[in-house]
Design a protein around this ligand. Structure first.
Ligand SMILES: Cc1cc2nc3c(=O)[nH]c(=O)nc-3n(C[C@H](O)[C@H](O)[C@H](O)COP(=O)(O)OP(=O)(O)OC[C@H]3O[C@@H](n4cnc5c(N)ncnc54)[C@H](O)[C@@H]3O)c2cc1C
Length: 318
């Protein structure tokens, strides 16, 4: 059991409204999206509003040897936010400010609790995007996705989180606050500590700020679906598309079981008798190039005995 004086100290450090101790308030922190993991109630959930508060929480936890669990949106699939040793869950839902959008330098500086989709909404008026797009973009946080090195449908062409985090501020286990990397592209001196922290799942320290790289939003896109009677045909079409030197933004293959599972859930009219399905999206800044790439994809689908369908509207594409 956590000593009541620790709870009182946390309230003094962060404000009493930023400390949760009732079971009813903490139940959402007992699990994450990992399947088949036992639930565990933390002893306290604390919601810092600054990196200095994070330092003080870490100091308090270290001095009293209490386990700490950073928590973004809890959508990870690796059990990282389940407080197996009870202790303190540090939730970043109140550190969710976009601190800077530097459109001229194609960067943004954010606190760890910023939701990925919120960053994309904020940079869209500047004609920019932050490409990493895990299936949970509408809820997952920048801190959690950096700690998981998340990727998504756009990963093939645009890469994953490690390709877009240029710098960060972290609080180490000794309470020290340090900065790695920055806004400059040729930031090559010494070890690449930002990348060490990407994918570290909260084990090396707590990310309290991130500098993200942005890119110009593609102006054109075409979305295609290949329907195949055999899975090897679908696989050969993937190989053919890459061999034709087309790198689609999205290139997803689904087998029969996946097609049926998705259709059962979403009921969007997927061909449930198909053995293989390819979802392909090409995008870019030039309409001619995007059209030529879509045609090359179509040719590969047909050459591998597939039936090719085009999305004619945004609704069909979604
Ligand atoms: C339906 C579904 C679809 C998904 N699709 C994808 C996908 O397409 N691609 C993909 O890669 N993943 C995917 N995921 C996994 C998950 O959504 C991502 O990894 C997501 O980016 C995690 O973000 P989060 O904010 O929920 O992090 P959390 O789950 O809260 O935390 C993730 C890890 O990071 C640590 N952490 C959180 N914040 C910090 C911080 N500030 N500093 C240090 N450590 C921290 C936590 O302790 C934990 O270990 C999916 C999950 C679901 C449920």
């Amino acid at each position: 059991m956590l000593d009541q004086t620790i709870i009182e100290q946390l309230k003094t450090l962060t404000g009493k409204n930023n400390v949760l101790t009732k079971k009813v308030d903490m139940v959402a922190y007992t699990y994450d999206a990992t399947a088949d993991l036992p639930r565990q109630m933390p002893e306290v959930v604390v919601m810092p509003t600054s990196s200095e508060m994070v330092q003080q929480i870490v100091d308090l936890a270290r001095t009293n040897r209490i386990a700490i669990y950073p928590h973004g949106a809890g959508t990870n699939l690796s059990g990282g936010t389940v407080p197996l040793k009870k202790g303190i869950v540090i939730s970043f839902q109140k550190m969710n400010a976009i601190l800077d959008i530097d459109a001229a330098n194609l960067t943004a500086v954010v606190q760890p609790g910023v939701v990925i989709a919120a960053l994309n909404s904020a940079v869209a008026p500047h004609g920019l995007i932050y490409p990493p797009d895990p299936g949970t973009v509408a809820t997952a946080t920048m801190g959690g996705s950096a700690a998981e090195n998340s990727g998504g449908l756009r990963g093939l062409k645009y890469g994953v989180t490690k390709n877009y985090i240029m710098g960060m501020e972290v609080v180490l286990a000794n309470g020290e606050k340090v900065r790695f990397g920055g806004k400059t592209v040729k930031n090559v001196t010494a070890y690449d500590f930002s990348n060490l922290f990407i994918g570290s799942e909260g084990t090396l320290g707590i990310i309290t700020e991130l500098t993200a790289k942005l890119i110009p939003a593609p102006k054109y896109r075409r979305t295609l679906m290949g329907v195949f009677k055999t899975l090897p045909d679908a696989g050969n079409a993937v190989a053919g598309i890459i061999a034709a030197q087309v790198i689609p933004a999205t290139l997803e293959i689904m087998d029969k079981m996946t097609i049926r599972t998705v259709e059962d859930f979403a009921q969007i009219g997927l061909p449930v008798d198909a053995e293989g399905l390819l979802l392909v999206e090409v995008d870019g800044m030039s309409e001619d190039v995007v059209r030529a790439e879509a045609e090359a994809v179509m040719e590969e689908i047909i050459a591998n005995n597939g039936d090719c369908q085009k999305a004619n509207t945004d609704q069909e594409r979604d």
